[in-house]
Ligand binder design. Structure first.
Ligand SMILES: *Cc1c(COP(=O)(O)O)cnc(C)c1O
Length: 345
């Protein structure tokens, strides 16, 4: 199977499995797991922050950040297709008691700009309205097709948000993909954000785990919330050993995924019935529209599966994601399967 459903499907490499088997471990709830401590130190250094915390999932990292940056009865602002709003089961409402204000991106990038955010802010509102406390950014933006937000644009939002008394959390599940596409360092790309969540378990290849990075004070409080949410784990160095390899060696491998995504997009654009602008494919996510094809997205996805290619369909769109376990030759095979699965109009 050529599995293009997500970059979460990557399997740990032989090197990761060997490191996991050999990992030095201890009880992390007592702060005694040397391997997780090393991973947290490496992540903090990589992002130029005081501290970092390993969390079992990206969703837990985002949930903890939202909790720490808000208070019950306040509000957060996010782009309307954001992961925190659409794919985390209302955790912001359930765990943090905050309402979420979805805002449309107006500049065609899929990302919010300050002039989208500013009108949505409720600063010192009348007593019957919830005050805005937090802006959540997402880089790359998953459902905006893996699009990137530049360091400059991120910095401007952070500066303005801070001057309005708002915190900024970055859902950087794929921040290394963004840094690769922009040819800049993650430190520069995330500098103004109060906290950053990044996933080790996607294109970087670890079997599980995400990191939350920020100030020492923030991470200390995050550690308590992780425990409260049931995320205090014991000999977690087993997973951290893979995480260290993901963090140290994964980023350099993302360029190939981006090349493959571009190649896939160019090939798709040449198939009648498929609507995609390959110019807009900046990282490893390829989203295209099949509204003009004779079959629905769901029917095309089912046909692809029969031919050994997995993708995800939603509405009239299909998403394909390149990753570590996708070879260059898989792209040609996926395109051939697509050509056979999309009957021309
Ligand atoms: C995958 C993802 C997350 C977190 O996902 P988990 O499955 O909980 O690890 C958060 N944000 C974005 C944009 C993602 O793609």
């Amino acid at each position: 199977m050529i599995d293009l459903r997500s970059d979460t499907v990557t399997r740990p490499s032989e090197k990761m499995r060997a490191a996991m088997a050999a990992a030095e471990v201890g009880d992390d709830v007592f702060g005694e797991d040397p391997t997780i401590n090393r991973l947290e130190g490496l992540a903090a250094a990589r992002f130029g922050r005081e501290a970092a915390l390993w969390v079992p999932s990206g969703s837990m990292g985002n949930t903890i950040a939202v909790k720490l940056h808000t208070e019950p009865g306040s509000e957060l602002i996010i782009e309307e297709r954001g992961h925190i709003l659409n794919f985390e089961l209302g955790a912001a409402a359930v765990i943090s008691g905050v309402t979420t204000r979805a805002v449309k991106s107006s500049n065609g990038s899929g990302h919010l700009a300050w002039n989208d955010i500013a009108p949505a802010i409720r600063k010192n509102p009348p007593y019957y309205q919830a005050a805005t406390k937090l802006v959540c950014l997402e880089n790359t933006h998953n459902f905006a097709g893996g699009s990137v937000l530049t360091a400059e644009a991120t910095g401007e939002i952070c500066e303005r948000a801070h001057s309005e008394g708002l915190a900024v959390h970055l859902d950087g599940a794929r921040i290394f993909n963004a840094a690769t596409a922009l040819a800049c360092d993650v430190q520069e790309l995330t500098a103004g954000c109060d906290s950053v969540m990044l996933c080790l378990s996607k294109g970087l290849g670890a079997p599980a785990g995400s990191m939350l990075v920020g100030s020492s004070e923030f991470i200390e409080r995050a550690r308590s919330w992780r425990k409260r949410l049931g995320g205090g784990m014991r000999q977690v160095g087993i997973l951290a050993a893979a995480g260290i390899i993901a963090l140290e060696e994964g980023p350099a491998l993302l360029e190939r995924d981006h090349r493959n995504a571009k190649c896939l997009a160019n090939g798709l654009a040449a198939i009648p019935g498929i609507d995609i602008d390959p110019e807009k494919v900046a990282t490893n996510i390829v989203i295209f529209d099949v509204a003009k094809a004779k079959l629905s997205a769901a029917e095309i996805v089912a046909k692809l599966k029969e031919k050994g290619v997995l993708a995800i369909g939603f509405g009239s769109q299909i998403r394909m994601v390149t990753h570590l376990d996708i070879a260059d030759s898989d792209i040609d095979a996926a395109l051939s399967a697509m050509k056979e699965s999309v009957p021309s109009a």
